[in-house]
Design a binder for this molecule. Structure first.
Ligand code: ATP
Ligand code: MG
Length: 566
């Protein structure tokens, strides 16, 4: 490509709402341009990067026998009615009617469409397993589209779906897909971690997220400092405490505790460790048939993990609740406790099971119970609802948990029969009996990967593309194009590199050296070969973008030198 002919509108101005480096640099360097909230154009450089990522994904999917398809973006709303997701997806689902008044949605993901394609076509165990995927535009009317390509409304996703006759076969495919996803991330040159993720009602180890490690990531992940364990903090576990603080000693009793409401107040008032106090977190849980306030009880030194709370209470969503709402239910904020609580449902963290010497609210203003023995509540609902903290013990080894920030670029999930059952996608097993297909789903954010790459690889000057994602590997910068020798040398090298298949761009613009240099750094080509004044002495310079290191190379050696580095 010739820079003089290329459409690469670089600018000094960053979008006014941009806070992330990737958003700023991808716009300033002319990779993408915003059309409206969450909608982006890909300019030639952006499109090249997108295609490169797609190519790697395609190659790795082909290797594991997944077959590419392309399903209609516009999806009949009927299918979403059938699966029951039309309500659950809420406003993220963009709905519209055609001229015949038929209702459609723009596909935000394609489980329904894929099941619809396969049902009545795959009817026997002999046709299984089957793994189909596509790389396609998705639309989600996100409540807060932001951070450029990171959270768009229109975005590109690789979505794959596998179909199996048995759970064991799904497990095998899931492992194979995890390995394929890891290979993709390694090829892209990204530092990442595969972590356990929330699998909602399905539970188990059936859900994993692929997280690119970056400080700007929206997700917090807990990873072990010595083994491979990693989990989204929404689901992270911890080892049970090996040492517990000294227990207070007191018989069961009601105590006057004027204005002692918080855990800190209790610690100070009773001079006990928060471990022996009981924290009560009230939340409003959403269910299909309405809202319900639920009380979640934990040890005072633990915090509620809302995703775990939603799962434990089998709710759809969780919301905060005001003191007024609690009072209206006859509850006493600041003094809520589990004993004789008959007003609203309660969930207890498992660390409270059989706990003794606990201090908890007495459901009366300014009153607490001490010396509470939790075994009286053995029949209550216990579940893990705590947040694993930094420094907690790893659940799998002697290590300690660390927090890191991650960008979710992929999500693989064992669906089981969640979609095949309602959509009646059955097959005949070996005994000739009809069973619903067992499914896995494998998503990857292709456009988000562009942003994630820059989040992980940039400096204050601009983008630093990795080997496999760079729009061009080599930029030949002719310092002064009026200098015939410089131009001739640059052109010859340009041809030589093109002939051997190197992706090369020649900066033949009539611009000042400094201006061209700024563009090269902003765009982030891995190598810029500067053909300048030193050419008369038989030298050119090579700038390596990642390190900003400049080296002089004999002009006659430059071809071999660069080929070696690529
Ligand atoms: P998030 O929690 O970030 O909203 P999600 O859980 O909704 O993601 P999935 O439904 O699992 O995401 O979609 C698969 C992949 O698609 C995600 O791992 C992510 O990489 C990508 N993705 C999801 N939403 C967006 C978006 N709004 N913009 C860009 N990529 C997205
Ligand atoms: Mg989402």
């Amino acid at each position: 490509m010739r820079f003089s002919r290329a459409f690469i509108p670089t600018t000094k101005e960053a979008p006014s709402d941009a806070v992330l480096a990737s958003h700023i640099f991808l716009t300033r360097a002319g990779f993408t341009s915003q059309v409206a909230a969450g909608l982006y154009n890909y300019l030639p450089l952006g499109k090249r990067v997108l295609k490169k990522i797609e190519q790697i994904v395609n190659e790795e999917m082909n290797k594991v026998g997944a077959q590419e398809v392309d399903l209609s973006f516009v999806t009949p709303a009927d299918l979403w009615e059938e699966s029951g997701r039309i309500e659950k997806f809420g406003k993220e689902l963009l709905r519209f009617r055609d001229r015949k008044e038929n209702l459609f949605v723009l596909g935000p993901t394609h489980e329904e469409m894929m099941v619809n394609l396969v049902r009545n076509r795959v009817t026997s165990y002999k046709q299984l397993p089957l793994n189909l995927y596509q790389i396609k535009t998705k639309f989600r009317d996100e409540a807060r589209p932001r951070f450029g390509l990171m959270r768009g409304r229109e975005f590109v996703m690789k979505d794959g779906y596998s179909f199996h006759a048995t759970q064991e076969d799904l497990d095998r495919e899931f492992e194979m897909m995890e390995a394929a996803y890891k290979r993709i991330l390694v090829r892209l040159g990204l530092d990442f971690r595969v972590v356990e993720a929330d699998s909602g009602a399905i539970g188990g180890s059936g859900s994993k997220e692929i997280m690119v490690i970056a400080d700007s990531g929206e997700d917090t992940i807990a990873i072990c400092d010595s083994c491979e364990y990693g989990a989204n903090v929404e689901t992270a576990e911890r080892a049970s405490r090996s040492e517990v603080p000294q227990a207070p000693e007191s018989d069961f009793n009601k105590f006057s505790t004027p204005n002692v409401k918080s855990i800190e107040d209790l610690e100070a008032f009773f001079k006990v460790d928060a471990y022996y106090t009981m924290k009560c977190v009230a939340k409003k849980m959403h269910y299909e048939d309405g809202d319900q306030v639920v009380l979640f009880f934990l040890r005072g030194d633990d915090d509620l993990q809302e995703v775990k709370a939603v799962n434990a209470a089998e709710a759809l969503e969780v919301e905060d609740v005001s003191e007024e709402e609690l009072k209206a239910l006859g509850l006493v904020p600041g003094f809520m406790g589990p004993l004789d609580m008959d007003k609203v449902p309660c969930v207890f963290d498992t660390s409270l099971k059989g706990a003794t010497q606990m201090i908890c609210g007495a459901n009366e203003k300014d009153q607490h119970f001490v010396g509470v023995d939790m075994s009286v509540l053995d029949e209550a609902l216990f579940a893990d609802i705590y947040t694993a903290k930094e420094g907690d013990g790893c659940p799998h080894c002697e290590g300690k948990l660390l927090y890191k920030k991650g960008i979710e670029v992929g999500h693989i999930f064992k669906l089981g029969t969640t979609y095949s059952k309602p959509l009646k996608a059955d097959f005949l097993n070996e005994k000739g009996q009809a069973e619903p297909l067992i499914m896995g789903t494998y998503g990857m954010g292709i456009s988000r990967l562009i942003a994630a790459t820059i989040e992980q690889h940039h400096d204050e000057k601009g983008c630093i593309w990795t080997k496999e994602t760079a729009p061009y590997s080599v930029n030949i910068m002719v310092s002064n194009i009026k200098d015939e020798a410089q131009l001739a040398f640059g052109e010859k090298l340009y041809q030589q590199l093109q002939e051997v298949g190197v992706e090369v761009i020649i900066d033949d613009r009539k611009e000042r050296f400094g201006f061209k240099m700024k563009d090269a750094e902003l765009i982030g080509f891995p190598f810029t070969i500067i053909v300048g004044k030193e050419l008369v002495n038989g030298n050119v310079q090579v700038l390596e973008r990642a390190t900003l290191e400049k080296r002089a190379v004999f002009a006659e050696k430059i071809f071999d030198d660069i080929m070696e580095r690529l």
